[in-house]
Ligand binder design. Structure first.
Ligand code: COA
Ligand code: ADP
Length: 571
């Protein structure tokens, strides 16, 4: 999961003219020595994970004011290798505290001390839980973001948390609905490695240096042991020099303590043309009952193999074991598809994401995340210019990097929950929006996401009507003070191909934020990133050539007034 760029944040000056520093920010710089590297001189990723965990944990503890343990580390995609002689810089800060857990954003850069060159290695998000004395839960104080970057990370952290908490379920659903059934094509491939030959089983004893002062094993230590087991398995498979490219989310299901034995089991699950997946599972045998083990973590790591010229090497084929091995083989294919989708949607900067992303069940979670986070980034933009006031609504524009954004602010005399229920029901938008002439639901994806088709009349009399295929994602607030959100973006899918006689329009980011305003009022803000197809609708109104927007705003107010009492609030 990628966040907004955190490097090179502008200075933020406080009212008393002091430079603002985030008190949770922790920095670590390490010189990479041969003892941190493998035989090829590359930094051991396990060592890096330990440093990341140490830095992030201190950041979490600065906010929590008590010891914290690692609950999860989101997917990591390594963009560069790190070698002996370079300096690795790790920067961590708390983005948001929830109830007992908090999210820490981590950014890793590498530096060549001789040339002074710096480059980004990866960014990551770790979640920690505060552990007070005894078994009681620790309610954390909220984070109060100060800079616009902090505000954006704070806002999107809620969306990342939602993905994390649904991660296991999502993966299970996708894997169970996956249609990839085919086993390896053994005849065509040159080399076949039986999966069994890559199996690794090893054990570690948790000693005091692996744990904090309360004897809880550091998450970074467990991740490092898992990475080490996975790398041995990878080496057995490719007989070359495997390079770790991505790690799927680590989730610490249960704790371990000094004195526990940690068993690590790894095996190659599947090999693709130029990458392969190793799965690794960590279990703890606790001192008090050696016959009982607890599953503490499982991870999936993708490796590539580079030849001596740094080019990707072709890989052998893996022959999975019957039963469990075949299941893991298929599941690894499904995970590979999800990784590619995720990379395409999430790692792209907002402006690089193509307008209509192809929708399918395996990228739904990321598209929904992208839809909501794009709206949050848009809502956090500053320097809007007030253009005019129509029907008591304020219309603003913002020009930035050759992009045009539009926002309209208005008030409604209905409770925010009623407004949310009414405006997020896309099948009713035609009741107040003249641009929604014909609506068709294409797919109800889940409780919060729908895909629909809408036909809009053209602004020019002689042109074709336009149609849009939109994904609408809605969210209730994660905490008091957060807005209700309804985000819209174009998607494409085979069930709604472009039709003759209609011009297919596209929306990259649009939607509503709704905030309670007084006892029974709601502040509604509508945002849209203007695309060529929606430009005429907006500019005609803000330049006074049309009063369509004015009509829509009035109709929206009437619609809310007329229907608000049909929505029964569950308090
Ligand atoms: N990713 C991120 N956060 C998660 C999560 C996940 N996969 N699963 C749970 N959480 C968060 C919850 O949202 C909750 O946060 P909140 O209070 O801010 O809403 C918090 O963890 C506690 O969750 P809860 O459901 O109350 O407890 P649980 O029964 O799931 O247990 C732990 C959570 C963290 C206490 C338990 O999983 C644990 O002890 N894990 C091991 C932690 C550890 O020792 N790590 C070091 C290496 S072994
Ligand atoms: P799953 O089997 O559903 O993938 P697990 O949590 O049981 O999930 O295991 C995670 C991964 O760890 C597996 O995909 C596999 O690659 C590896 N693994 C699990 N058990 C073993 C084992 N006994 N030997 C070697 N590797 C194992």
């Amino acid at each position: 999961m990628a966040g907004t760029e955190q490097m090179g944040e502008p200075l933020f000056i406080l009212k008393n003219e002091d430079k603002y520093t985030n008190t949770t920010e922790v920095k670590m710089s390490q010189f990479i020595l041969p003892c941190h590297a493998n035989h090829c001189g590359d930094l051991n990723v396990g060592q890096l994970l330990k440093w990341m965990d140490t830095t992030a944990c201190l950041s979490a503890e600065r906010h929590a004011n008590c010891p914290c343990v690692t609950v999860s580390m989101d997917d990591i995609d390594f963009e560069h290798r790190l070698s002996v002689g370079q300096v690795v810089n790790i920067k961590a800060k708390v983005n948001r505290a929830f109830n007992t857990s908090l999210e820490v954003g981590i950014i890793i850069t590498s530096e060549d001390p001789l040339s002074g060159k710096q480059w980004k290695v990866c960014n990551a998000f770790a979640t920690f839980v505060a552990k007070g004395q005894g078994s009681g839960k620790v309610q954390l104080k909220p984070v109060i973001p100060q800079t616009s970057d902090e505000q954006i990370e704070y806002s999107i952290a809620a969306e990342r948390r939602r993905m994390r908490l649904h991660h296991l379920e999502t993966i299970k659903d996708l894997i169970s609905s996956s249609t990839i059934q085919k086993g390896p094509d053994l005849e065509e491939s040159q080399y076949v490695v039986p999966a069994e030959k890559t199996r690794v089983e090893t054990v570690e004893l948790v000693l005091p240096p692996h744990a904090n002062h309360r004897s809880n094993t550091f998450g970074g230590q467990i991740m490092a042991w898992m990475e080490s087991a996975a790398t041995i398995s990878a080496r057995r498979f490719c007989k070359g020099h495997p390079v770790l490219k991505t790690i799927d989310m680590f989730h610490f299901r249960g704790p371990s303590q000094v004195g526990d034995r940690i068993t690590l089991k790894a095996i190659v699950n599947n090999a693709f043309k130029d990458s392969f997946e190793v799965g690794v599972c960590a279990e703890a045998y606790h001192q008090e009952s050696w016959d009982r083990k607890t599953h503490i973590n499982s991870a999936f790591m993708t490796f590539i193999v580079l030849d001596k010229d740094g080019k990707l090497s072709m890989l052998p084929c893996v022959n999975p074991e019957p039963g469990e091995g075949e299941r893991r083989y298929r599941e690894a294919s499904a995970r590979k598809k999800m990784r590619l989708d995720r990379k395409y949607i999430i790692s792209c900067k907002q402006t690089e994401v193509p307008l209509s992303v192809p929708w399918d069940p395996s990228n739904q979670v990321y598209l929904s995340y992208n839809n909501i986070s794009a709206l949050k980034v848009l809502a956090a933009k500053q320097n809007w210019v007030l253009n005019c006031i129509q029907s008591k609504a304020k219309l603003f524009t913002l020009e930035e990097d050759q992009l045009l954004f539009f926002k309209a602010e208005m008030s409604a005399s209905a409770n925010v929950k009623q407004v949310f229920a009414l405006l997020s029901d896309m099948s009713r938008r035609h009741e107040w929006d003249i641009h929604y002439q014909k609506f068709k639901l294409i797919q109800k994806v889940d409780e919060d996401d729908v895909i629909y088709h809408v036909i809009s009349p053209s602004v020019n009399k002689d042109s074709n009507f336009q149609d849009f295929v939109l994904l609408a994602s809605r969210r209730v607030p994660c905490a008091n003070g957060d807005p209700y959100l309804i985000a819209l973006r174009s998607v494409s899918l085979p069930a709604a191909p472009p039709t003759k006689g209609l011009d297919r329009g596209e929306v990259s980011c649009a939607g509503f934020t709704l905030c309670q305003d007084g006892d029974a009022g709601t502040k509604i803000t509508y945002y849209i990133q203007v695309t060529p197809q929606v430009l005429p609708y907006i500019t005609r109104d803000i330049t006074g050539l049309s009063s369509d927007l004015c009509k829509i705003i009035e109709a929206c107010n009437e619609f809310l007034e007329k229907n608000k009492d049909t929505i029964h609030l569950v308090i």
